[in-house]
Design a protein around this ligand. Structure first.
Ligand code: PEP
Ligand code: MN
Length: 361
């Protein structure tokens, strides 16, 4: 079902809207569910595009794996009723063909697909010659090269409109998040591809409902272009990702609660005040570097003594006591334990490297 030029222009108008808000169920389950979700989302007036999984990559076999191609006409119908363009996850070339055949407007590549260059290439090959925007989720592991590799494969297939979805990174064990956001990785992608659409997926980052609003706000504060959030007419009984879905009305309320901030403002006063504070930051950063440099010189001296006395570099007791002191001081200064750990790990590793050079020279 080829789309007309006007239809394609309409999709691009939506694609270029900021903020771009995408919502819909994790999975299309029944025709009634898809239509009811779409109608209720459209009624909130807060949603620009409808999402629904048709083929679901589940971590364990036996979970619901999606209704498959028969769900695609349901999305067509939802679009005809609401005017909302639809987007669907694709993981194979065949799924790309089916989705395009049924007039899906935007495709996304899921996190479990982005990790696999064979799969991404299969999808990219099927995309060749198609004029469809594609969103690429970050890979499940924190590897920017894989994410970039997927961008390149899709770009080489001739796709002009590519966007990124930041859905967090999985780790072993229980954490606060289902997928740790590791914001710095998404920020680095934004730095490398400043003009590329970047959307945040609070649903798969949180894995629950109560943190969605905070994560969505944080993404908007970091100047993301939009959000993709799962919604369901009966969240508790959803066939997949029940814990993180919210009703269309709750979604509308959540989007309504977000504080939208400007990236810049034309006030001279604001810029002057900001410039002053940025000078202070630069000055403090310079001082910090000086001090860290001095610290390394002291570490090198210790290295020389250790070498003369044939002592190992790592002294676990000493390292523990450094950390304990730092946690106690950090707490008083309002520095998180997480930051102190990362900071001291980095400083300590740098000291070890300096001492290593001395002891083995
Ligand atoms: C989804 O969006 O429903 C999905 C499967 O997400 P992810 O690829 O981020 O796990
Ligand atoms: Mn999901």
């Amino acid at each position: 079902m080829e789309q007309t030029i006007e239809q394609k222009q309409n999709i691009l108008d939506v694609w270029n809207k900021r903020p771009l808000i995408i919502s819909g169920p994790c999975s299309a389950e029944t025709e009634e569910q898809v239509i009811a979700t779409a109608t209720r989302l459209a009624a909130t007036g807060k949603v620009d595009m409808l999402r629904a999984g048709i083929w679901k990559p589940r971590t364990r076999p036996g979970s619901f794996e999606g209704v498959g191609t028969k769900g695609l006409p349901w999305l067509q119908k939802a679009k005809a009723l609401t005017g909302l363009p639809v987007c669907v996850e694709v993981a194979t070339g065949k799924q790309v063909e089916d989705a395009l055949h049924f007039g899906v407007d935007v495709l996304w590549i899921g996190a479990r697909t982005t990790v696999n260059p064979f799969s991404v290439q299969d999808v990219a090959d099927a995309l060749r010659g198609a004029d469809v925007p594609v969103l690429i989720k970050n890979p499940i592991n924190p590897d920017l090269e894989l994410w970039i590799g997927a961008l390149e494969r899709v770009g080489k297939a001739g796709i002009k409109n590519i966007g990124l979805i930041h859905r967090g990174f999985s780790s072993y064990g229980n954490t606060e998040y289902r997928n740790a956001p590791m914001w710095h990785l998404a920020i680095e992608m934004k730095r490398r591809y400043p003009d590329m659409l970047m959307i945040n997926d609070p649903s798969h980052i949180c894995g629950n409902r109560h943190m969605l609003q905070d994560v969505a706000q944080k993404a908007i504060d970091l100047d993301y272009d939009g959000l993709i959030i799962e919604s369901h007419i009966d969240p508790d009984n959803a066939w997949s990702d029940a814990k993180q879905q919210i009703t269309p009305e709750a979604l509308g309320e959540m989007i309504g609660n977000i504080l939208w901030r400007r990236e810049d403002v034309a006030s001279e006063e604001y810029h002057a005040a900001l410039e002053k504070l940025r000078q202070q930051i630069n000055h403090l950063d310079d001082e910090l570097m000086q001090i860290i440099g001095q610290r390394m010189k002291v570490a090198e001296k210790i290295g020389t003594y250790k070498k003369e006395n044939n002592i190992t570099i790592l002294q676990t007791n000493r390292w523990n006591s450094i950390l304990e002191r730092a946690f106690a001081k950090g707490e008083k200064l309002g520095l998180s334990k997480e930051f102190i750990t990362k900071y001291f790990d980095a400083v300590h590793m740098e000291s070890i490297n300096h001492q290593n050079k001395i002891m083995n020279s």
